[in-house]
Ligand binder design. Structure first.
Ligand code: 3AT
Ligand code: MG
Length: 335
């Protein structure tokens, strides 16, 4: 008990911020790694362009959204407008091209819910997943990247939250906890709510970027260089933000009634979406609206058991921040 105390003093908070920034810096991929990835992608793009006219490759996910830590895999989306071929067939064709190009461990997962081809680049050792015609993921990747350009504290907070989630094993959708994408949306939402706000709501501003993906109209303000001062009125340090983030998810969020929404920059009632009860496997125990596919709750993977696990982890984190004398270490202790 003696070793524990509440982080109240400014000096403690400043020290906590310094330690968090060290962790953040350590997690950032090196310039060399970034270059290796860019080179790998442009070579892959070259091979596909040559062998498959009409096919186009896009990067998405953490290798392109500014939230990728070092040594992450690369997510690629193959876009082909061929109505004759199924996603499984497109994945098979892609796998053949990769094999012919001497890639290693090429596996076409044609029966997965989302068919993908996985492989490892024989030269760089980089692992890569390619999915097919998932342009919404490419667009939401751009949205996240644009938010990250507005205030560096988003990237810092999200790195810390993702790192915590990995250490505590609550970043495993197959076990009912949340995806990295969901955690980044939680961070954006949180920074939109600060007073004064650190992030604006880009989808509520006059759109400067519009694309239609299937039936979904994606539009938002993407000239973010012009609003890079947006959060400057708010002086919150990373230590304060991390502390408040876990306080919010441990003690303040209304899990029974509220949906968080980056699209609207706020929250609304679950009633508005009819996310108040279990439908099939979707239980809506924590509701995070996808910014574009708005019928999609990213919390739908969370079940009766994993909501407990998740909320216990939020309590644990918030309590560490309140009482522990060395929170920057305890917070990330492996589960
Ligand atoms: P890691 O660093 O790999 O953990 P990531 O940013 O690559 O994080 P995910 O692996 O969770 O994130 O997802 C890869 C991308 O796929 C992120 C987002 O653009 C898209 N995505 C993931 N889940 C969903 C979803 N449920 N709905 C729409 N897009 C999604
Ligand atoms: Mg990924």
């Amino acid at each position: 008990m003696h070793a524990k105390k509440v982080i109240r003093r400014r000096a403690d908070l400043e020290n906590f911020t310094i330690q968090l920034l060290e962790i953040y810096k350590f997690l950032i991929p090196s310039a060399e790694e970034e270059m290796k990835r860019r080179k790998f992608f442009s070579q892959l793009d070259g091979v596909v362009n040559k062998k498959w006219p009409g096919a186009k490759l896009f990067l998405y996910g953490s290798c392109a959204n500014a939230f990728g830590v070092r040594n992450s895999d690369i997510d690629v989306c193959l876009n082909v407008e061929d109505k004759q071929m199924s996603k499984a067939e497109l994945v098979m064709r892609m796998a053949e091209i990769l094999e012919a190009d001497n890639m290693q461990n090429v596996q076409a997962l044609t029966h997965a819910r989302v068919p993908i081809v996985k492989f490892t680049d024989s030269v760089t050792g980089i692992s890569c997943d390619i999915c097919v015609n998932n342009m919404l993921a490419v667009v939401n990747t751009k949205l996240l990247r644009d938010y990250a350009k507005i205030d560096v504290r988003l990237r810092q907070l999200a790195f810390i939250v993702k790192h915590w989630a990995k250490c505590r094993q609550v970043n495993e959708t197959y076990r009912g906890t949340l995806s990295s994408y969901a955690y980044v949306l939680m961070c954006i939402h949180f920074l939109q709510q600060r007073d004064p706000p650190i992030l604006p709501c880009l989808q509520e501003m006059q759109p400067t970027y519009r694309v239609k993906v299937g039936k979904i109209e994606c539009a938002y303000y993407d000239q973010v260089e012009s609003i890079s001062h947006f959060g400057s009125q708010n002086k919150d340090s990373l230590g304060e933000l991390v502390t408040s983030f876990f306080e919010y998810w441990a003690f303040q969020h209304n899990y029974n009634h509220v949906v968080i929404s980056v699209r609207t920059g706020g929250t609304f009632s679950k009633d508005e979406k009819d996310w108040t009860r279990r439908i099939g496997n979707e239980r809506h125990l924590i509701c995070i609206e996808d910014p574009f596919e708005i019928s999609h709750d990213l919390g739908r993977v969370v079940d009766k058991h994993s909501i407990r696990v998740l909320r216990d982890e939020f309590y644990r984190a918030a309590n560490i921040m309140r009482h522990d004398c060395n929170p920057a270490v305890t917070l990330f202790e492996p589960y």
